[in-house]
Design a protein around this ligand. Structure first.
Ligand code: PLP
Length: 442
C-alpha cells in the first residue's frame, strides 16, 4: 500500500489508535479477545451499530460483515429483540431462580431443531461444547472424543487443539497429532484428531477403539475454510457412530439458525444425537445451548451430570433468544431464501471483481457465510491443509483496503451476511472491492 494511503489511514483511525494505547495500559494486549487483534491498520473501537452498519469512534461508517463474529444475523438494531430485552431489564437482570422465558426458549428450540427433544442452557458457545462432552461421556460411560483438524469448538482445553491457525499435520497418517491452540493448555490425551471429510479414517478409528464417547464436528467446516461436507459424509458419520455406540455431536454455534431455521442438520438432512448453539441464538446477548436426544440429555435431568452456571439462561439473554427465534421462525423460509440470494450476489461479485484485477481469489459460500482466500493455482480448497496455503498477509492488506473504503471484513476472509444487508450495501461493497483489488494488484 502506498505511503499516501498510509498517511490518510493514520488520521482516519486516530481515535481508535489512541483508545487502543490507553487500553493497553490496563487491559492485557488492549483487546478482549485475541481474534480482534488481527485487524489492520488497528483494531477498531466501535461507537455504535445500526442495521448492517458499524460506526467507529472516529465517525467512520462501515458496511459490516463481521456481525459480532456471527451473532448479529438480524443486524445491529433488531427491533423486536431490543424491545424484548428492554422489557426484561425493567423486571430484573438475574434471579438465581427460574423464570418463564427459559421454558419458552427451550420450547422454540424443540419445535425448530430436528435433534432437540431436551435442551440445557449455558452462556457461551465454548461452555455449551464443554457441557456436550460431559453429557456424552456420562451417557456412554466412555471417555475419548474424536474431533477434526481445523474445526473450532471454543477455547476450553480439551478441544482447543488442531484449531484454525495451527499448522496442518504433514503426511496422510491418521490419527493426527493434537496440536494445542494456546500456551498453558492441559494434556490432550483424550482427544483423537482426524482429517474431516475422510469417512475411511473415521471408520478405522471407531472400529479400533471402543472407548470413544463422541465424534464432534462443525457440520460445515466454517472456521477452517468454510468447507462443505462431501456428498454422503455426514450420512456415513451418522451410520458409523450409531454402529460403534458413539454419539454424534454437531457444533452448530455458527450454523445454527443461520444455514436454515433448523441449522445445518435440517439443511443436510442428517440428525445428530446432540447439537450445540450460541451466536445467532440470542442475536447479540450471551446465551448458548445443548439440544439433543431425550435419553441422552436425561443424564442432566437425573443428576448424573451436574450442569451448573450462575448465568445459565439469564433473563435478558433468554428474552433476546425468545424474540430472535420468533423472528427466524416467522420469517422462514423467505428470510433464509433472501439471505441466500444476497450472499450469492456478493460471492459472484467478489469473484468477478478479483478476476478483473487479476487477483487469484477463491470464494466459498454456504448460505449467509462466505470464505474468501487469495490463493495461487487452479486447485479448489477441499481441506484444512489446502486452506492453510492461502496468502493470509495479502488478504489482510485487502481487508485493510476495504476498511478504508467503508467496508469491514475479518482479515481472515470469513464473511457473515445479515438480513439487513441490502442490495445497495452489496453494490457499495463490490465497488469497494473493485478498487481494493486494483490497488492490491499494483
Ligand atoms: N463453536 C464454534 C463452531 C465456533 O465458531 C465458536 C466461536 O467462534 C465456538 C464454538 C465458541 O463460542 P464462544 O466464542 O461463544 O465461546
Amino acid at each position: 500500500m502506498g505511503s499516501a494511503t498510509s498517511t490518510r489511514a493514520t488520521g482516519r483511525y486516530a481515535g481508535s489508535r489512541s483508545q487502543l494505547e490507553r487500553a493497553k495500559r490496563s487491559l492485557a494486549g488492549g483487546v478482549s479477545t485475541a481474534m480482534r487483534a488481527a485487524q489492520l491498520p488497528v483494531p477498531l473501537v466501535i461507537d455504535h451499530g445500526y442495521g448492517s452498519h458499524l460506526v467507529d469512534i472516529d465517525g467512520n461508517d462501515y458496511v459490516d460483515y463481521v456481525l459480532g463474529f456471527g451473532p448479529m444475523l438480524l443486524g445491529h438494531s433488531p427491533a423486536r429483540v431490543i424491545a424484548a430485552v428492554q422489557d426484561q431489564l425493567a423486571r430484573g437482570l438475574t434471579f438465581g431462580a427460574q423464570h418463564r422465558l427459559e421454558a419458552e426458549v427451550a420450547e422454540r428450540i424443540v419445535e425448530t431443531v430436528p435433534c432437540a427433544e431436551l435442551v440445557c442452557f449455558s452462556t457461551t458457545g465454548s461452555e455449551a461444547v464443554h457441557a456436550a462432552l460431559r453429557i456424552a461421556r456420562a451417557a456412554t460411560g466412555r471417555s475419548k472424543i474424536v474431533k477434526f483438524e481445523g474445526h473450532y469448538h471454543g477455547w476450553i482445553d480439551p478441544l482447543h487443539v488442531s484449531t484454525p491457525g495451527t499448522p496442518p499435520a504433514p503426511g496422510t497418517a491418521s490419527p493426527l497429532a493434537a496440536t494445542p491452540g494456546s500456551g498453558g493448555q492441559s494434556s490432550t490425551t483424550e482427544v483423537i484428531v482426524l482429517r474431516w471429510n475422510d469417512a475411511g479414517a473415521l471408520e478405522e478409528t471407531l472400529a479400533a477403539d471402543d472407548d470413544i464417547a463422541a465424534v464432534i464436528m462443525e457440520p460445515v467446516a466454517s472456521n477452517g475454510g468454510l468447507i462443505a461436507p462431501v456428498d454422503g459424509y455426514l450420512e456415513r458419520a451418522r451410520e458409523l457412530t450409531r454402529e460403534h455406540g458413539a454419539l454424534l455431536i454437531f457444533d452448530e454455534v455458527v450454523t445454527g439458525f443461520r444455514l436454515a431455521l433448523g441449522g445445518a442438520q435440517s439443511r443436510y438432512g442428517v440428525t445428530p444425537d446432540l447439537a450445540t448453539y450460541g451466536k445467532a441464538i440470542a442475536s447479540g446477548l450471551p446465551l448458548s445451548a445443548v439440544a439433543g436426544r431425550r435419553d441422552v440429555m436425561e443424564v442432566i435431568a437425573d443428576g448424573r451430570v451436574r450442569h451448573v452456571g450462575t448465568y445459565n439462561g439469564a433473563p435478558p439473554a433468554a428474552a433476546a433468544a425468545s424474540a430472535a427465534l420468533d423472528v427466524y421462525r416467522e420469517g422462514s423460509p423467505a428470510l433464509y431464501e433472501e439471505l441466500e440470494r444476497t450472499s450469492a450476489r456478493l460471492a459472484e461479485g467478489l469473484a468477478e471483481a478479483a478476476a478483473a484485477a487479476g487477483v487469484p481469489l477463491k470464494v466459498h459460500q454456504v448460505g449467509p457465510l462466505l470464505q474468501t482466500f487469495i490463493l495461487d493455482g487452479e486447485q479448489s480448497v477441499t481441506s484444512y491443509a489446502d486452506a492453510a496455503t492461502a496468502d493470509t498477509a495479502r488478504f489482510a492488506r485487502f481487508a485493510e483496503a476495504m476498511l478504508e473504503r467503508g467496508v469491514m471484513i475479518l482479515p481472515r476472509g470469513w464473511w457473515f451476511i445479515s438480513t439487513e444487508h441490502s442490495e445497495e450495501d452489496i453494490e457499495v461493497t463490490l465497488d469497494a472491492a473493485r478498487s481494493a483489488f486494483a490497488e492490491l494488484a499494483d
